[in-house]
Design a protein around this ligand. Structure first.
Ligand SMILES: *Cc1c(COP(=O)(O)O)cnc(C)c1O
Length: 433
């Protein structure tokens, strides 16, 4: 039999496990395309430019797919920008927003990429002094990321705007940096604030007001205002996603007011990562074993992929939905219809690390969840794994190898977009005593 889990059928999931083994990431092309369309249809007053924050998932085929959908790139390192360029994305569609300070050949490369149209988003005074000569001699307008002094994020580690983080040019030194730029004849045509990832819509609305205030007061040449990423998505049943239409409507009103007041028609720019790929991706694992820790203990299910392929539970206490699939293709339990017959269990991975579990809370403690009682070799599909999984995990921990990524094409076929790493590749750069 076959059943449907979101966009995927259980027969396709079983086929993927047969062809490529487990664990693997499965991405749904249609979902990515739909998310790209939703973003581009976001209400706006005088134009919208969408960039994909590629740190969420930097796989080449996904970058190409997202680019084909008309979306640009926000790169968070020079190497990310190089990877985007190597995927065929024109430099004019890439912006670099980074904590790095480039020297040597990196600086040479950075300068040539900026000269070829890559946007540079200045994030510190030192970065500004580094890029100033090229910007000045080639009349290249820059963007400035401002640290606004307030922020938002699902967890402390993802709040990028308060005094405990140091992303961007802090408000307290912004005016002196602008004075330096003015003296050099350098123009800022864009202002940027990213307050954090997965944050709440109210904080996002506040940021719009705040940033437009900066533009009005300090950036006479700005034509684009970038609000960063951070649209919240719902992975688990009770989570609530950001309403991007409502946020767009709010921004549109503010831009319209701004234009009425100042005569300046600003373009809105956003750079979501999570929103584009999070719910397009699944992690497919196999139940290898089951254990019980005594009569007053817990039932454990051991999956063949854990923290080394999805670190979000360990890092953030993030919850991801579980779907158990039998060998015959029936859905034994789905996070979205939990019935009373299910019992509480713990899902762990195969790393020698007590935090290697998908059933953790925000304090890193194991908390059992209701789920089916699968047989060994049944499949566990984990949802919400498209963002910050493949791109962020310590995949070689315990000498596990980086796992394949498979794209479910819009015609329903499976396409391998990353091969499984080999043990030889893992040890390739090691030298003997
Ligand atoms: C991480 C990041 C984003 C994307 O954040 P999401 O929460 O994945 O949407 C956008 N802009 C910048 C500067 C970032 O660092």
């Amino acid at each position: 039999m076959t059943e449907q889990i979101g966009p995927l059928s259980t027969s396709l999931i079983i086929q993927a496990a047969k062809e490529y083994g487990t664990p693997i990431y499965l991405y749904d092309e249609n979902t990515v395309t739909q998310k790209c369309r939703e973003l581009q249809a976001m209400p706006n007053a005088f134009g919208l430019n969408v960039r994909y924050a590629m740190k969420a998932n930097s796989s080449k085929a996904l970058l190409q797919l997202i680019h084909q959908n008309g979306i640009g790139i926000d790169a968070s390192s020079l190497n990310e920008a190089r990877r985007a360029a190597a995927a065929g994305i024109p430099l004019s569609k890439i912006m670099l927003t980074t904590q790095e300070l480039h020297t040597g050949t990196d600086l040479v490369d950075l300068e040539s990429m900026v000269k070829s149209g890559m946007k540079f988003n200045v994030c510190s005074a030192r970065q500004l002094s580094l890029i100033a000569p090229v910007a000045k001699s080639h009349n290249i307008a820059l963007s400035m990321r401002i640290h606004p002094g307030v922020g938002s994020g699902e967890s402390v580690t993802r709040n990028t705007g308060d005094k405990y983080s140091c992303f961007g040019v802090h408000l307290s030194i912004m005016e002196e940096q602008l004075a330096f730029a003015a003296q050099e004849g350098i123009v800022f045509d864009q202002v940027h604030v990213h307050i954090g990832s997965g944050g709440d819509p109210e904080a996002w609305r506040k940021n719009i007001d705040l940033e437009l205030g900066f533009v009005e007061k300090y950036f006479p040449d700005a034509t684009t205002v970038n609000f960063g990423g951070g649209f919240k998505v719902a992975r688990m049943p009770r989570e609530e996603a950001a309403d991007i239409v409502q946020l767009g409507e709010y921004a549109k009103d503010r831009f319209t007011d701004f234009a009425a007041r100042t005569g300046r028609k600003l373009t809105m720019e956003i750079e979501p990562g999570t929103y584009v790929v999070a719910n397009a991706g699944y992690l497919l694992t196999r139940i290898m074993d089951k254990k019980q820790t005594g009569h007053d203990g817990f039932q454990f299910l051991l999956a063949d992929g854990g923290m080394e392929v999805n670190t979000r539970p360990l890092l953030y206490g993030a919850q991801h939905p579980f779907f158990f699939i039998s060998a015959q293709g029936s859905v034994l339990s789905s996070e979205f219809r939990l019935d009373s017959a299910l019992t509480e269990k713990i899902v762990v991975g195969r790393c020698c690390e007590s935090g290697d579990s998908f059933t953790l809370n925000g304090n890193g403690e194991i908390v059992p969840r209701k789920m089916a009682d699968p047989a060994v070799d049944d499949l566990l599909l984990v949802g919400g794994c498209g963002a910050y999984c493949a791109s962020m995990t310590p995949f070689n921990y315990n000498s596990h190898v980086q796992i394949p990524e498979i794209l479910v094409r819009s015609d329903g076929t499976l396409q391998l977009i990353r091969k499984r790493q080999t043990l030889e590749q893992l040890t390739h750069n090691e030298l003997p005593l």
